[in-house]
Structures are given as structure tokens and as C-alpha cells.
Design a protein around this ligand. Structure first.
Ligand SMILES: [Zn+2]
Length: 106
């Protein structure tokens, strides 16, 4: 067995990791907090818990990444449909004005 300083360091690191994993909320606990983190600023404690969890959990890092991507896509789509709606309204207004003008002419 290796028992040099780096072996001890690795063992400690391993133990800290497991200590954290045992004490941190599970992924299941964290998922709602992750999605809320996109909608509201997290409290100091929540931020700490999320940050510590993300350090040890590649799945939640990936999940948060997916959430952000989805949110960005949804925002972009919402912005696009706002534009579409605005231009539809503009078309309707133009049509109304055109009709009123032609009514006035007759
Ligand atoms: Zn996780």
C-alpha cells in the first residue's frame, strides 16, 4: 500500500468528499432549488449548499446547464413571439387605417 504524503492527501480528500456527500442534500433535494435558482436569487445558505453540491456532483452541474439552455431557448422564443405579435398588431392597425381612409374617401 502507498503511504507517502500524496497517498495521505488523497485519502483525506476522499474522506472530505464522502463527508460532504453524506451531509449535503441529495440530487433529488437539490433539483427544485436548482430550478428556483434561475427564477430568484438564492439565500446565502442555499447558495453554499448548491455550490458545495455542484463541486461533488457532475449530474447536477449537467442538469443546471440543461436548465439554463432551456430557459434561454424559452426566453428567445418568447421574445420572438412578442415580435411576431407586435408586427401582427401593426399590420392590423395599418389595415384599419387603410380602411378608414378609403371609407373617408367614399
Ligand atoms: Zn447532484
Amino acid at each position: 500500500m502507498m503511504s507517502g504524503p500524496s497517498g495521505v492527501f488523497n485519502k483525506i480528500r476522499h474522506e472530505i468528499r464522502y463527508w460532504l456527500l453524506r451531509r449535503l442534500p441529495t440530487c433529488q433535494d437539490l433539483v427544485p432549488v436548482l430550478s428556483e435558482s434561475l427564477e430568484r436569487p438564492l439565500g446565502a445558505r442555499e447558495r453554499l449548499v448548491v455550490h458545495a453540491h455542484l463541486l461533488t456532483c457532475v449530474w447536477c452541474v449537467w442538469y443546471l446547464d440543461q436548465l439554463r439552455t432551456l430557459r434561454d431557448l424559452a426566453h428567445r422564443r418568447a421574445a420572438n413571439s412578442d415580435d411576431a405579435q407586435r408586427s401582427m398588431l401593426a399590420d392590423a392597425a395599418r389595415e384599419r387605417i387603410r380602411r378608414r381612409l378609403s371609407d373617408a374617401r367614399n
